[in-house]
Design a protein around this ligand. Structure first.
Ligand code: NAP
Ligand code: ZN
Length: 358
């Protein structure tokens, strides 16, 4: 089958299109009888694909590696133990893999599973014509949702949903600051925060992004882009947020930019504020002023992916068109390297998608 593969670690330049063996037959002992063979029709990139390509501490890839956590397609074959799905069904895939047996799975907290893994990271992903996945990871998609739209949502929307709604317990009437606002998860977060009845502040780069972030529902948008010399660099975004909130600050910050902005993030939080951290794009060793934490009585809350039930909740809002996938650009699988390059350049707004087949 055709796939976008990496034979070694590196940047987008190591991505190549190759013919690789398809997944083993569903009766193979390496697969559970509850597996399904999916004909992938669309798959989305996530920043995760860049981290995996570069190499993550403790992650041993089996080369050639196929990336891609997010995918949608049609069921091609079902294993002997599968109920409720048949060949031809249009589905999207939850990219989280859990064992269903550990303390956390038994509590319905699948993303805390002791052996939690992600498609395209710990095992091969969806930048290929075919993939075998557990049937419990599938959700049927409505006829009016395209494969491209369906592939854009699973990872980003579940991360934003759990982070804001479950971990931060965001309430209507609260204020939220979303950083890195043009990103895949951030564009989902802006919509989810609006859906929850919160007022959204956002930081992004460039006037076109400012316009699009406003269109998504952010009321106050700050441009972080560097002014060109001899103009002075823009002041830290905390100054703007401080002014805009009448020196109160915001109730929740939703951040994955990480180290480069954490001191600013601590400043913009209101008393009793919550920082939800879901990534560290600019680095993981942040400086924090502990006095901000105890004096303002802040909470720092980590979040990763979502439980199975949270995933289903947020997908039902997408299926009902209450949340709309933000698509940056669609490339055929053959142009996967360009897709990785665009993600690495940071010029995208929302999700970059690869289509597979015709
Ligand atoms: N914990 C989890 O479950 C989970 C899930 C998904 C993603 N993540 C992590 O979260 C991060 C975002 O993922 P994504 O897929 O949404 O990524 P993405 O689409 O690449 O978005 C990242 C955004 O961060 C902003 N940014 C990048 N470099 C920056 C810098 N130097 N200074 C300030 N802002 C910068 C940019 O937005 P602007 O130009 O608009 O500022 C960029 O669009 C990644 O680190 C990813 O690994 C974690
Ligand atoms: Zn488990």
């Amino acid at each position: 089958m055709k796939a976008a593969i990496a034979r070694k670690h590196g940047g987008p330049e190591v991505i190549e299109i190759a013919d690789v063996p398809p997944p083993p037959p569903l009766s193979h002992p390496s697969l559970s009888p509850d597996s399904v063979l999916l004909a992938v029709r669309a798959a989305a990139l996530n920043h995760l694909d860049l981290w995996v390509l570069r190499g993550l501490p403790g992650l041993e890839l089996d080369f050639p590696h196929i990336g891609g956590a997010d995918m949608a397609g049609t069921v091609a074959e079902v294993g002997a133990g599968v109920e409720g799905f048949a060949p031809g069904d249009r589905v999207l895939v939850n990219p989280g893999l859990w064992d269903g047996e550990c303390e956390w799975c038994l509590k319905g907290e699948e993303s805390l599973c002791q052996s939690y893994r992600i498609l395209g990271e710990h095992v091969n992903g969806g930048f290929a014509e075919l993939i075998a996945v557990p049937a419990r990871n599938l959700l049927p998609i409505p006829d009016d949702l395209t494969f491209v739209e369906a592939a854009a949502v699973p990872l980003a929307y579940q991360t934003a949903w759990r982070g804001l709604m479950r971990r931060a317990a965001l309430q209507a009437g609260e204020t939220v600051l979303v950083t890195g606002a043009s990103g895949g998860v951030a564009t989902a977060a802006i919509q989810i925060a609006r859906h929850a009845g919160a007022t959204v502040y956002a930081v992004t780069s460039g006037s076109e992004n400012v316009r699009r972030v406003r269109e998504l529902g952010a009321e106050h948008v700050i441009d972080r882009s560097e002014a060109s010399p001899p103009s002075p660099p823009p002041p830290p975004f905390s100054e703007a947020v401080w002014k805009l909130t009448g020196k109160r600050g915001v109730d929740v910050v939703f951040d994955s930019v990480g180290a480069a902005i954490w001191s600013d993030v601590m400043r913009v939080l209101a008393k009793n504020g919550r920082l939800v951290t879901y990534g560290a794009t600019t680095g993981a060793d942040a400086q924090i002023n502990i006095r901000h934490v105890f004096w303002k009585q802040l909470q720092i809350i980590g979040t990763t992916m979502a439980s199975r039930s949270e995933f289903e909740q947020v997908m039902s809002l997408v299926f009902a068109k209450k949340l709309e996938p933000v698509i940056d650009v669609v490339f055929p699988l053959e142009r996967a390297r360009e897709a990785y390059e665009r993600l690495a350049s940071g010029e995208h707004f929302g999700k970059i998608i690869l289509t597979v087949g015709d």
